[in-house]
Ligand binder design. Sequence first.
Ligand SMILES: *[C@@H]1O[C@H](CO)[C@@H](O)[C@H](O)[C@H]1NC(C)=O
Ligand SMILES: *[C@@H]1O[C@H](CO)[C@@H](O)[C@H](O)[C@H]1NC(C)=O
Ligand SMILES: *[C@@H]1O[C@H](CO)[C@@H](O)[C@H](O)[C@H]1NC(C)=O
Ligand SMILES: *[C@@H]1O[C@H](CO)[C@@H](O)[C@H](O)[C@H]1NC(C)=O
Ligand SMILES: *[C@@H]1O[C@H](CO)[C@@H](O)[C@H](O)[C@H]1NC(C)=O
Ligand SMILES: *[C@@H]1O[C@H](CO)[C@@H](O)[C@H](O)[C@H]1NC(C)=O
Length: 680
Amino acid sequence: MAVRIDLPSILLLLFWNAFITSQSFDFVYQGFNGTDNLVLEGATVIKPSGALRLTNKSHDVIGHAFYSNPIPIFNTSTSFSSSFSTYLVFQIVPAGDNKGGYGLAFTLSPSPRFLGGQGGHFLGVLNTSNDGKAENQIFMVEFDTVRGFDENSDTDGNHVGINVNTMKSIASEPASYYIKKTNAKEEVNLESGEPIQAWIDYDGLNKIVNVTISTLSVSKPERPLMSEKVDLSLVMNNKSIYAGFSAATGKKRSSHYILGWSFRLNGIADSLDLPRLPIPPSEKKSSSMNPHVKLALISSFSVLVFFLLVALISFHFYRRMTHYEVLEEWELDCPHRFRYKDLFAATKGFKDSELLGVGGFGAVYKGVLLGSGAEVAVKKISNNSMQGMREFAAEIESLGRLRHKNLVNLQGWCKCKNDLLLVYDYVPNGSLHSLLYSSPKNGTVLTWEQRFNIIKGIAAGLQYLHEEWEQVVIHRDVKSSNVLIDGDMNARLGDFGLARLYDHGKNSYTTTVVGTIGYIAPELSRTGQASTSTDVYAYGVLLLEVACGRPPIVHDPAQGHVILADWVMEYVQSGGVLDAADPELNSIYLVEEIELVLKLGLLCSHPRVEARPTMRQVMRYLNADDLLPAFGDKLSSGDYRRTEESSSGFLNVISTDTIPRSYHSSAVGDISNSSFKSGR
Ligand SMILES: *[C@@H]1O[C@H](CO)[C@@H](O)[C@H](O)[C@H]1NC(C)=O
Ligand SMILES: *[C@@H]1O[C@H](CO)[C@@H](O)[C@H](O)[C@H]1NC(C)=O
Ligand SMILES: *[C@@H]1O[C@H](CO)[C@@H](O)[C@H](O)[C@H]1NC(C)=O
Ligand SMILES: *[C@@H]1O[C@H](CO)[C@@H](O)[C@H](O)[C@H]1NC(C)=O
Ligand SMILES: *[C@@H]1O[C@H](CO)[C@@H](O)[C@H](O)[C@H]1NC(C)=O
Ligand SMILES: *[C@@H]1O[C@H](CO)[C@@H](O)[C@H](O)[C@H]1NC(C)=O
């Protein structure tokens, strides 16, 4: 059904409508800068930003603000209350970490002041004596942040309430809003310190007040948080009605701000230009602070941060310079290079509990690499004054490429200031030295079979170093404590090439000899020049050691220093070479093998270089591919006998022994004090 309405009728209808619903009335505060239509009371101030601050963060502060003109909600003659709507953006910034208090309220009241209004839960509106009295004629919507004025009426510390003449709300709801038109609610923290929007809409015809809140990012929710029947004409019947705000602090405190406010009778309050609202006070602790002080604080803080940053960066570089290595360009080409901090972590900071042993070159720590979980042994060579790190690194790098089952493989290295760290495979069963001489020998005696296998393994490792790799590597420190025994009782030769690194950069014809007393070939102590033959010499001493279970040099009170080779030679010459065998073997051995080993030991440790076989030849003897030369040929007794004189040069020896530390100090001078076992 179509209804025809002509234009004059519409105009008349509109005019009539406007007439019967009393006058229009509205105002908008887009911030409060420079406004004069406001009555400010108590602590209320307008901040330079344009924000209206009702309270600062002091205790027991009350602030009011009213629109200075009365609002003609009522037609005094009819007592009919108009509809109105008001929209505000407020912000509550609590003091400190404790939640603040106590909240703020939008009020309609007969007077633009609340005489005798108390702080705290009264929000500066009422007091203990007038609370609840009908003559107050006050309608309010409270945004209350403290629970407890009346446990029954205030459901939540963070709540919105509708009150008439009393602080007891006729209705209250936890601060929240409905998502779309659903029943799901999103909580709004009134004390978040962020701006919050609130809408209060009164329907004068149906006597219903709607209250809606939301955060700034959410536009007005369709469904109001509260919708309550309130007949304002019963609350206040006066022609002068004032609209305003009140807020208070007490034991708890917050700054209460109104950032924008609009009001309209018989219509919808104007929206606010949210981005143009006063910039909310950002700091939470002291929003009452003078902006100049604030600026000064901010700039001094920035300066402080700057200097802290500078200090941090300096410290970082200082650490790199002193503690951590600065990688030079060439070092980046070293695939075997470890990072100091990784090794530091792997060895738990080179903790004493991780110490495996201390030797002439340095301490050895057990480590577990964090990434792979691989067990390693980290040798820490301290205070070495190695020159030419670049050449040194090249050498280490090449050693790192050596791979043989009878070598303790060098996994990598790291230099840090004066420390050199070498990372090796971890070999669990300790050294041959400790297995031969550990006392008390907790029942574990190396069998001949094991010893022969170990001897062959060492020979294979040495042969690899001497002949099978791309360049000749002289071990320089073959000895029982440098032979490690793995889980399968195989020998693995360690510390190869290290002695050469030690005197790197020094005159290679120096008289300083690196090695261990008892294993040093006579020509080495004279010339200081190591060769594959000096390695073979040391290997020969090692063979005798393994077969006899006796150290290279023994101090005998009657005979002085007894050299192992001389001692064995005497048995050979007296025709009872087997009597030199380690008594701990209990004569359980293959006679041909132990005889071979003893004689080969003598041959290898022959004082004359020409008499010694190569490691390749040694391997052939051990594998019975070749027969050992007839004893008289090379091992003539006159040639062989050694004296202390022939083993001279001790004073220049840098011992690299790994186990008995006391031996190092005594090695140079007083051998008689050494901890070596006497012959049995
Ligand atoms: C109040 O209502 C009466 C009757 O409806 C009307 O004549 C009068 O103008 C109204 N007064 C105001 C201030 O709106
Ligand atoms: C807070 O306001 C009250 C009343 O105006 C005043 O006495 C007090 O000094 C203010 N506190 C601060 C910290 O500014
Ligand atoms: C507020 O008004 C003062 C002058 O009354 C002016 O200096 C200031 O810039 C204004 N602030 C804002 C945010 O508009
Ligand atoms: C309470 O407020 C009224 C004014 O509304 C005042 O006259 C009265 O003295 C106040 N009472 C107290 C205890 O503050
Ligand atoms: C109040 O909310 C109800 C829905 O709950 C709505 O129907 C009514 O129109 C609203 N009144 C005003 C004045 O916004
Ligand atoms: C109306 O307000 C005036 C003050 O503006 C007051 O004197 C008067 O008592 C009030 N009337 C009623 C009925 O409350």
